[in-house]
Design a protein around this ligand. Structure first.
Ligand code: HEC
Ligand code: HEC
Length: 98
């Protein structure tokens, strides 16, 4: 049995779909918020209010650009001066389902 040209196109299509599904289902690689003394208060705010936006408000107290702030990586996708930061939109808490 020989494989026709149309069959190869179909096989290529199936392989492409599998690769795309694999790519978008991949484990998120952005670092999670550490569950340590520095971040305990943020976890507590989230647990109390169930609101990530409330918890977000606490991050700039330590994470800011300038002396004394926990520095952001040079390639950080957003800069703190761009306005209110939704840190937890990208950096997930170490909790199930959030
Ligand atoms: C009390 C100060 C403080 C607050 C508030 C705080 N952080 Fe941090 N954060 C730190 C310090 C210090 C580090 C670096 C040392 C460490 O990993 O704990 C850090 C590190 C991190 C890291 C890097 C972790 C890693 O694996 O390298 C992320 C992500 C982070 N913080 C996110 C957040 C987010 C999101 C918030 C708000 C919900 C927040 N932090 C609030 C002090 C704070
Ligand atoms: C648009 C998505 C996004 C938002 C919003 C965001 N970050 Fe990040 N952040 C990233 C990515 C991507 C990296 C680099 C990959 C990594 O190490 O997680 C990163 C890296 C970091 C690191 C360094 C982690 C390390 O390597 O030690 C810290 C600390 C951090 N972010 C804190 C914050 C804080 C605090 C906020 C809110 C003020 C914030 N980020 C908002 C995507 C985001």
């Amino acid at each position: 049995m020989s494989i026709r040209k149309q069959d190869w196109i179909f096989i290529a299509l199936v392989v492409a779909v599998i690769i795309i599904f694999y790519a978008i289902s991949g484990e998120e690689k952005t670092k999670r918020v550490p569950l340590d003394a520095n971040h305990q208060a943020s976890y507590d705010i989230f647990k109390k209010t169930q609101s990530k936006m409330e918890a977000d408000k606490g991050c700039p107290a330590c994470h800011f650009v300038g002396p004394g702030g926990v520095p952001f990586p040079a390639k950080h996708p957003v800069k703190p001066k761009d306005g209110p930061m939704r840190c937890l939109f990208c950096h997930k808490l170490k909790l199930a389902g959030v």
